[in-house]
Design a protein around this ligand. Sequence first.
Ligand SMILES: Cc1cc2nc3c(=O)[nH]c(=O)nc-3n(C[C@H](O)[C@H](O)[C@H](O)COP(=O)(O)OP(=O)(O)OC[C@H]3O[C@@H](n4cnc5c(N)ncnc54)[C@H](O)[C@@H]3O)c2cc1C
Length: 378
Amino acid sequence: MPRRATKRGAERTPLSGDVDVLICGASFAGLAVARELAGAGAEVLMIDRYEIGERQTSACGIPTDWLKALDLMGSFRQEFPELVVHTPHGTARYDLPFTFSTFDYPALCSLLDDQNDARFETAKVNGRTGNTVHTDRGDITAPLIVDGLGWRRMLAGDEGFQPPDAPLSRGLEVHPFGSSGDLEIWIDRRYVPAGYGWSFPADDEIRIGVGSFDPRFHVKGTTVLLAEDLGSEAVRYQGNWIPHQLRPATADGIFFAGDSAGHCLPLTAEGIRTALYFGIALGRELRAVVEQRSTRSRALARYHAFSAGHEWKYRAMLGAQRLVPRIPPRLLGPAVRAMGAKRFIDWSFGHYFDVANPAFALASPAPLPSRTKLRAVA
Ligand SMILES: Cc1cc2nc3c(=O)[nH]c(=O)nc-3n(C[C@H](O)[C@H](O)[C@H](O)COP(=O)(O)OP(=O)(O)OC[C@H]3O[C@@H](n4cnc5c(N)ncnc54)[C@H](O)[C@@H]3O)c2cc1C
């Protein structure tokens, strides 16, 4: 059972007031925004319903260079130079032009959190009126508000974003103890008609799961089946909805980053590095505002345009997401093997990598040398 660190009951004292920047959600997107605001001299408040790193939200696989670029190798678990792709009619090993790594979620969040000087409070966001966010501990007002709350896109102010009608995929995984040397995926209708299964080893545990592009397909039974097929126990579940369509990155004066903006990539459901990438881009725009080099309306326009400038890449990947399940299984095996040619892998994965290249992070200001938290003792 995860340790409950979040304040409960009488410890949950009122929280209200005005700040310069309010970041709602303290996972990949929110922490990346906060990092870029470090040292800007603004009063930044970050809130989440859980303590930072308390609730793992993914299999935690990412290109290794992102861990290096953000100085997060302290969270590293295991590295993979190859991707193993299984179909009912054969297996291919892709020699990747970059490596993927798995990491430890609490460790990564803690290391990333060390790179900001924001104040953090646990509070559940219930909604918003104008520039005021309503939480279970009170109302907080800010001219600059970030929604890094994940797929619900809670602060959009419209009727919301609900499965199964919204453009969402469904993902579930189990975390049995064990080890393996391969990063593996299964494109196999035995596990999911449209989507894929995965096994991401992370040192002493394996993250085995199934993702369905169709939100109506329930993945629990086939997640258990895949775990059984791999000789692993279906224990320690975690799952969530995964957006697979880009959404406007600003709306009604609010900035959205990560899953709230649909920044997770279609087809692969890779959403960590994109949450970091767009979070960094947003943090830089907000920093320019608090340092009076820009204005709120200019930041809204620039960040909106930056995110929308990636739309064609998201559309292309969504097209592939719709195409792959339509390929008859007997053709899929040979197609997957043919795509394993080194030149094709370097070209296709190179473009895929460039959708959110870690070089973007390296241009950011150096993180603070030491922890300079202003955490409030509530
Ligand atoms: C099973 C599964 C496996 C995945 N594996 C991978 C993978 O290996 N690699 C990869 O790149 N992507 C993976 N993804 C996708 C990835 O998890 C997301 O794209 C990524 O987590 C998005 O980051 P985020 O910061 O936008 O949102 P999230 O990580 O979802 O964080 C949202 C934060 O907001 C907080 N929050 C939510 N609602 C409220 C509220 N009302 N009040 C206060 N706080 C709130 C949450 O506690 C959380 O901390 C996976 C997804 C799933 C479901």
